[in-house]
Design a protein around this ligand. Structure first.
Ligand code: ATP
Length: 436
């Protein structure tokens, strides 16, 4: 099995990610996050929010609507330019993205392909109740535009001064021609973005661009992604999106294949200029200090939450030889990302006094963190199950616990065990989680 298959199978087996609508045969490009996956994904989003909004004074948050006035997409250029080149096999009728093919023949059956035609990725939807009068609109193809249409609202409702940013996390939809690579290319996915407004000054805006490149790369590393598995990839001039002045991708080395995880883009003043033109609203910014009036330039960092989740899983996945030649599968997830921070076990499920003490510990710890409970099988098996879920610590209540008021705390990474007093357990765990 290669790493993609291993991750897909672990994700399904342990409840990280399931194929969407599976009992109906699935729906290509859609995925459901299970009990462990929803925690991991939420932790990633919380870490993004903490570093981009909570810990900064120059960034505000926003949660805009998924469905917007269709004029937004005319203005942003999505209705004319948000497309990929589509080719179809004349024999088996399978469809492919022309820019992703290395051969001129169908990769599935060797048949001849049609000439490429541009295929728009926007997902259409209709609002209203009266047939024939329904408004055709779109599920947003990127979360970006929700920020730019609120530029004036942010200015009037807060005290932000340029340079400042607006961060947002939310769903986006694209009618991808070839969804695949597990969650890598989905038709419904989540993005986490920053739109940072700066003066229309090339030198200053490029400095900001470099700053945000470094910040975003540093964020992935701070959460445990190995530096050697990350790189910047510059977009060549002919690859730049219709609005972009400069663009770099942050790529992850997925088993030898470099894949885009996040984009850092210099968008110029494209968005505000176009919205000003199409809406008729004045989108200029007035600088109190210099008394200048201008359309700001925008530096964007646009990451995929699902791609980050997938690559954090890949980055953490290890198969390690333990004693007696046994192999353990362990997710060495950063503790801040781990779905459960700790698991609590009574040594034996049929000893009420052990269960009672363990239950009390479980209930107490749950007030402050996500805690798993397991009372099935032997302790070794329970450790292995938590290793696979990425749980940093396991706590076992045994007969000594009843006499000495202490428990065994076992570390996921070193597999070392130590005794800790029950009264000190909460603080002990919080300290160790903080240190990691
Ligand atoms: P690609 O070239 O892979 O299609 P893109 O350059 O079109 O991606 P952007 O429009 O820059 O992507 O979107 C920003 C981020 O959103 C990407 O870096 C990626 O993490 C995420 N993203 C984009 N499309 C998808 C998708 N179909 N499924 C999952 N995540 C996606």
């Amino acid at each position: 099995m290669d790493m993609w298959e291993k991750i897909t199978s672990l994700a399904k087996r342990r409840g990280f990610i399931f194929p969407g609508s599976e009992i109906y045969g699935g729906l290509a490009g859609t995925w459901d996050y299970g009990p462990l996956g929803v925690e991991l994904k939420r932790n990633i989003k919380n870490e993004f929010w903490k570093s981009m909004v909570q810990e900064r004074s120059d960034v505000a948050g926003l949660d805009a609507a998924i469905i917007m006035n269709p004029k937004v997409w005319e203005a942003s250029g999505h209705l004319t330019s948000f497309s990929d080149p589509l080719v179809e096999c004349k024999k088996c009728h399978h469809r492919f993205r022309a820019d992703q093919l290395t051969e001129k023949k169908c990769p599935d059956c060797g048949g001849d392909l049609t000439e490429p035609k541009q295929f728009n990725l926007m997902v259409e939807t209709y609002l209203g109740v009266i047939e024939g009068e329904k408004l055709k609109t779109y599920l947003r193809g990127e979360i970006t535009q929700g920020v730019h249409v609120n530029f004036k609202n942010i200015l009037s409702s807060t005290r932000v001064k340029i340079p400042f940013g607006v961060a947002q996390i939310g769903k986006a939809f694209r009618n991808e021609i070839t969804p695949g690579g597990f969650t890598f290319r989905s038709r419904e996915f989540e993005q986490m973005e920053l739109q940072y407004y700066v003066k229309p000054d090339l030198k200053e805006s490029m400095e900001q661009f470099e700053y945000w490149k470094k910040e975003r790369m540093g964020w992935y590393v701070s959460l445990g992604m190995k530096k050697e598995n990350l790189r910047f990839k510059e977009h060549a001039k002919d690859e730049l999106a219709h609005y972009a002045k400069a663009a770099f991708d942050i790529e992850y080395n997925a088993e030898g294949e470099w894949k885009e995880m996040e984009g850092v883009h210099h968008r110029g003043d494209w968005d505000v200029r176009r919205h000003q033109e199409f809406s008729g609203e004045d989108m200029t910014y007035f600088d109190e200090e210099t008394k200048e009036k201008f359309l700001p330039h925008i530096i964007e960092t646009s990451g995929g939450v699902d791609r980050a989740t997938l690559f954090f899983l890949m980055n953490a996945y290890k198969e390690e030889k333990v004693k007696d030649g046994e192999i353990r599968t362990v997710l060495r997830l950063h503790p801040r990302l781990a779905p459960y921070k700790v698991a609590v076990f009574p040594l034996l499920a049929n000893k009420p006094e052990l269960v009672k003490t363990a239950k009390k510990i479980y209930d107490d710890l749950k007030k402050n963190m996500m805690v798993a409970w397991d009372d099935r099988g032997n302790i070794g098996k329970r450790y292995r199950a938590q290793d696979e879920a990425g749980t940093p610590f396991c706590v076992t209540v045994d007969f000594d616990s009843l006499e000495h008021d202490d428990v065994t705390v076992r570390d996921r990474d070193t597999m070392k065990q130590e005794r800790v007093k029950i009264g000190e357990l909460g603080t002990h765990l919080e300290e160790r989680l903080k240190q990691s």
